[in-house]
Design a protein around this ligand. Structure first.
Ligand code: CUK
Ligand code: CUA
Length: 665
């Protein structure tokens, strides 16, 4: 009985397995698809198991928000990109240094045009390299984002309650910043140092023959007022640095709080002269075997300013080089030539410097740096009298990583990840104590190819005191053959990499078709608390408060004339402008205050007056003001640029500008 039971059952089991295997074996695609839809799709689309797993790890169903948000520099588009992870969906482009018509940024809108003008001359583009999220105790707090404009020496403040630019400051001392924006651990300051040293203040002339005497590379610490959400230039200060070309900085954290580390190149102080010297700058700036890491005690510098030990140059408090050296604010340490990238480990104990022309990462120990300072372990002074600490006395390790190491990020397990530009790869390696001990420390453990020419890389909270691991994005300069061809100007390529396991796994390629991103930062989405609509009708996004003086209440819409100024008090609600007819005389100054009365999410209205180069984007509850001189006579329709309702095409009106001759009558 029992034997028969077993024979029958085992027989049935074997039959079942055979039948199952027959069904699942690759026959026609339709058959497979019917039996196992996943395998059917994989076969139809020629996907490997790894491809399918990558898709499953990144796919995010509709209505499900991403877990992480990446703020990426938009390079020379002048904008910032907002991308959700792991889906890699682009969520927003934040206009910063260039007019942007979708957001109505600096195209007629009075306040944003003012922001963009900061710096005097009208400049309509910028070159964003490094976004920096505001930090509290060394970790992102989700309140503000700062970005630099490498081209013009500017820094911008973005408020993450509405993802809009609030302020742009122009540095009076420098052009072409690069070491920026970097925040200190409590966002006390936003650092900004120049790429290319020059005579200061901006506008000062000195021939290149006087480079060593007249050129300098001051680093500025912009004071940030969190409650106002603004940089306060009057409370900011700068420290004069030698005329090297400053690359990047990172603020010390935890044990190294109060310090900043900036690397530099062209310590040769070479100046361009290719026609006569027959030598390009790329050769003349790479002659020295070593360049200098700058070690800056910004807390001590702050104290010097409080004691009044500064001069004011073009409105900026400036600590002279000699004062800084005397007060122990500034030291140099040799670093392998032409470095790029400096990154402080999460515990603040190590400073990692990569060398474009050196296959190693050089790691300095903060503790050893402090000991070298205390014991006076110096190997001399640079031509400006800055003490140079001994390389061997400050070095913790040199780790051979591969060709063209640039930037480093960290995870939650004690590993560092460095981009290799020439190898087109990301390399994962272990830090030393307290993370790893003995022969487990300072070891390369994994390497993954990326496509191609990676610059920066960024991991989740990867440059903070508390990296989260999980994901890393490689910001690749070239995409070459990764996407369908779209002409000779190719997109850049963001590659999402899973770093949660021992081995890194590439998951997704995102083409970036705007500007050239440099750095990015990834924050947990739960830390961001943006408005869904503005908190009340009549909200001014620049003041981040209600603006009763310019709010137009429904029923109070009107047009007022005072001399040659015509002031229009207008409301917008689906699908009507009130008033919808504006009649002025040629030469009148026209001011339009527009209040969007909507309280519904996403009910944004536009206002396009194309003849006057105006387009507003007014979000629910927002107030906006437009001002222009009606110098062109004629009849100009205006309309709403956001498809806001079924009758959106009816949301329109006419601006009539009576010619001067007729207006006289
Ligand atoms: S930089 Cu572009 S790859 Cu301006 Cu931070 Cu290194
Ligand atoms: Cu309002 Cu379309």
């Amino acid at each position: 009985m029992r034997l028969r039971f077993w024979i029958v059952n085992v027989g049935l089991l074997i039959l079942g397995v055979l039948v199952g295997a027959w069904f699942l074996s690759p026959t026609s695609q339709d058959q497979v698809g019917a039996q196992d839809p996943l395998r059917g799709v994989m076969q139809a689309r020629n996907l490997s198991l790894d491809d399918a797993l990558a898709a499953l790890r990144t796919y995010t169903p509709t209505g499900v928000p991403d877990e992480y948000i990446m703020f990426a520099s938009g390079g020379h588009s002048g904008h910032v990109l907002v991308v959700g992870l792991p889906s890699m969906r682009i969520l927003k482009v934040i206009a910063v240094f260039a007019p942007e018509s979708w957001q109505g940024y600096a195209v007629g809108h009075r306040e944003t045009e003012e922001i963009l003008k900061a710096g005097g001359k009208e400049i309509t583009w910028g070159d964003v390299h490094h976004p920096a999220l505001s930090e509290t105790q060394g970790d992102y707090d989700g309140q503000f984002l700062f970005v630099n404009d490498k081209a013009n020496g500017r820094v911008a403040v973005i408020d993450l309650r509405d993802f809009k630019t609030k302020q742009i400051v122009k540095n009076p001392l420098i052009y072409s910043n690069h070491c920026s924006a970097f925040v200190t651990p409590n966002t006390e300051y936003i650092a900004e140092a120049p790429q290319y040293s020059m005579p200061y203040p901006v506008g000062t002339y000195a021939p290149l023959e006087q480079y060593k005497e007249k050129y300098r590379g001051p680093i500025t610490f912009w004071k940030f007022d969190r409650t106002k959400g603004r940089i306060v230039p009057e409370q900011s200060f700068a420290i004069e640095l030698p005329p090297y070309w400053h690359d990047l900085c990172d603020a010390g954290k935890r044990v190294s709080y109060g310090w900043a580390f900036c690397n530099s190149f062209n310590t040769e102080m070479a100046v361009p002269n290719i026609l006569q010297m027959k030598m390009p700058l790329e050769a003349t700036t790479a002659r020295n075997e070593m360049d200098y890491l700058h070690v800056i005690n910004w807390k001590a510098a702050e104290k010097l300013v409080q004691e009044g030990k500064y001069e004011t140059v073009a409105g900026m408090k400036l600590i002279r080089l000699a004062t800084a050296v005397q007060a122990g604010v500034l030291y140099l340490i040799p670093e392998p030539k032409s470095p790029h990238g400096v990154d402080v480990s999460p515990d603040g104990g190590y400073v990692v410097v990569a060398g474009k022309l050196d296959p190693h990462a050089t790691v300095y120990s903060f503790q050893k740096i402090q000991e070298a300072i205390q014991k006076g372990l110096v190997e001399g002074k640079d031509p400006y009298g800055v003490p140079i600490l001994k390389f061997d006395a400050t070095k913790a390790a040199q780790v051979e990583l591969g060709l063209g190491p640039l930037h480093t990020q960290f995870d939650d397990k004690g590993y560092a990840y460095t981009s290799l530009f020439l190898d087109s790869a990301v390399v994962k390696w272990s830090l030393g104590e307290p993370y790893f001990k003995g022969d487990k420390a300072w070891k390369v453990v994994d390497k993954v190819p990326v496509h191609y020419n990676i610059g920066h890389l960024t991991a989740v909270h990867g440059d903070t005191v508390r990296p989260r691991g999980k994901f890393l994005v490689a910001l690749n300069k070239w995409s070459i053959d990764r996407f369908a061809p779209v002409g000779p100007l190719h997109p850049q390529n963001f590659q999402l990499i899973d770093i949660s396991g021992e081995k890194m796994q590439r998951l997704y390629d995102l083409p970036i078709p705007i500007g050239e991103p440099h750095y990015a930062q990834i924050i947990e989405r739960s830390l961001l608390k943006p408005f869904e609509v503005y908190p009340q009708v009549g909200f001014d996004p620049i003041k981040m408060a209600a603006d009763p003086a310019h709010t137009v209440q429904p029923g109070k819409e009107r047009i007022e004339r005072k001399g040659n100024t015509v002031e229009v008090w207008m409301t917008a609600i689906r699908s009507t402008y009130t008033p919808d007819r504006i009649e002025v005389n040629q030469g009148d100054r026209v001011i339009i205050h527009l209040t969007n009365l909507e309280r519904t999410r996403d009910a944004t209205h536009g206002l396009a007056i194309a003849a006057y180069n105006v387009n507003l984007s007014v979000d629910p509850g927002e107030n906006a003001t437009v001002e222009f001189i009606a110098d062109k006579p004629g009849v100009y329709p205006f309309y709403c640029t956001e498809f806001c309702s079924a009758l959106h095409l009816e949301m329109a009106g006419y601006l009539l500008v009576k010619p001067r001759t007729q207006a006289m009558k």
